[in-house]
Design a protein around this ligand. Structure first.
Ligand code: ATP
Ligand code: MG
Length: 248
């Protein structure tokens, strides 16, 4: 039996009386890439923010890597934060320091390793994302794809067993996008990382997804294998996987 890394049960979320998540439940498993997909505004980022402990659980249960986020105390949450990696869409690097310094931040804040070891680890992380040459560059000197990979190197700094990414592929050209997807697949295979990735880029989803969780208007419409999702007769999935050609 595959081991769950994320278990969500009956999660509700409302902001100022507006319901955004209406009692959703789903599971993501170890050694798999689970892709959360759905239309804009359906609630994908809101789900992800609950999974990384950024939004408190208002109602329901969210268990990630064995940590019950709905009931964990601060000590347990601090331990949890050290065991996950997070990559947001813009990479969210600090602009005033180099790429290498950005990657070293989690190591400085969460370990007591001496400087020479941190430097070695930073080199290693940058190598993992094919950015060995970019250590001394400033974030503004990076292309979009390099920026995304630098954010990934920082997210990987503490060797998290579980990585969360929100729309890592948006805004990238097809070749850069394929390179980033190869990187995700390599991390999964070589480092046994599990991932939960929000994406609406179909070509990318087809390359990386082991499992799909499809969100529609704050509900989970489908959860399962990619090929099943592609064959689903549910209208929102049909529209997503087989979009009608636009007439000009
Ligand atoms: N902190 C918040 N306060 C108020 N409303 C919020 C908050 N967080 C999310 N929402 C609302 O929840 C809804 C879903 O937003 P969410 O960002 O989860 O969508 P999404 O599926 O990620 O969309 P996109 O594909 O465009 O990124 C939106 O209407 C948004 O305004
Ligand atoms: Mg979003």
């Amino acid at each position: 039996m595959a081991e769950p890394v994320v278990t969500v049960r009956n999660l509700h979320a409302a902001f100022e009386d507006r319901t955004v998540l209406s009692g959703i439940s789903f599971t993501a498993y170890r050694d798999q890439i689970t892709v959360i997909m759905g239309a804009s505004g359906s609630g994908k980022t809101t789900i992800l923010k609950h999974l990384i402990g950024l939004y408190p659980v208002q109602q329901g249960e969210v268990e990630v890597l064995g940590c019950p986020l709905h009931s964990a105390d601060q000590e347990r949450l601090s331990d949890f934060y050290r065991r996950i990696g997070v990559l947001f869409q813009n990479g969210a690097l600090l602009n005033s320091i180099t790429v290498g310094e950005n990657v070293s931040i989690p190591l400085e804040q969460n370990t007591s390793l001496p400087r020479p070891i941190i430097d070695l680890l930073v080199d290693y992380k940058l190598k993992q994302v094919h950015l060995d040459h970019a250590r001394h560059l400033m974030p503004y000197q990076l292309s979009g794809g390099m920026h995304r990979r630098a954010g990934l190197a920082r997210a990987l700094a503490l060797d998290p067993p579980l990585l969360f990414c929100d729309e890592p592929s948006s805004g990238l050209d097809p070749v850069t996008l394929a390179g980033l997807d190869q990187l995700f697949l390599a991390l999964k295979k070589q480092l046994n990382m599990s991932m939960v990735i929000v994406s609406h880029v179909l070509e990318s989803v087809r390359r990386i997804a082991d499992r799909v969780v499809f969100v529609h208007e704050g509900q989970i419409l489908f959860e399962g294998a990619l090929d099943e999702a592609e064959r689903s007769s549910l209208e929102p999935l049909q529209r997503f996987f087989h979009p009608p050609l636009q007439s000009s």
